[in-house]
Design a protein around this ligand. Sequence first.
Ligand SMILES: Nc1ncnc2c1ncn2[C@@H]1O[C@H](COP(=O)(O)OP(=O)(O)OP(=O)(O)O)[C@@H](O)[C@H]1O
Length: 240
Amino acid sequence: MIKVEKLNKTYQVGDKKIPVLKDISLTITDNEFAVVMGESGCGKSTFLSCISGLSEITSGQILLDDLSLHDKKNKAMEEIRLKKFGFIFQDNYMIDNLTVLENVCMSRLQYDPNAYELGRSLLASMHIEQLADKYPSQVSGGEKQRAAIARAMINQPDILFADEPTASLDHRSASDIMEIFKHLNEQGQCILMVTHSAQIAAYGTRIMIMEDGVFYQDEPLGKDRKANVEKIRDMVKDIL
Ligand SMILES: Nc1ncnc2c1ncn2[C@@H]1O[C@H](COP(=O)(O)OP(=O)(O)OP(=O)(O)O)[C@@H](O)[C@H]1O
């Protein structure tokens, strides 16, 4: 469970302060697939990077279970980010001179001699086990994004953070990736994702709409994806 309490984030540019996140309080529970939407520049990516401990926050706190993520005295923060969080971005940042399997397993190899075994089984669950020994330049964008999910899952994270994971993919590959997310969530994986697409957001179990640094709508989603798309389009019709 991740709990956000009175989160504020202000960027300082020269002598100008730019408040981006404004007093956000919410909880994301372990079994949720929460989706954040909102117009460009409203603060979605900033929210994701604050809540995942990648960015400093200005005030408030973020608790992973009972652990404060921005406690500067907490030397274990790096370890927590590595082992409890998985990250997927629009650009999947594979290391070109490592194989797909090596990319997937890199962050686990240092502490687990069986990392490759787990990596192979993750690739199999993404239906790309045959790509294990290829290099990133030899696989398609959709395949690379599946490998990026395997890489994000390699430390069996508590939460998977995804910032527009399908934005650079065609419709078919994007749907395939969302089916994987849906399946992971059905197996109990907590996911927090940012997207601009109602079709993609409709795979979630919760939709949160941000405007100007606050969530002004936050609703559960059902299992009927078509109904979810309608509902989401209606929620965002005035801003997107
Ligand atoms: N490092 C930074 N320094 C100063 N301002 C920033 C910084 N990062 C983001 N901003 C500003 O904060 C605001 C929110 O940016 P953010 O990237 O979180 O928005 P977003 O909703 O994710 O946008 P998009 O949908 O276009 O990706 C924007 O006005 C942006 O210009």
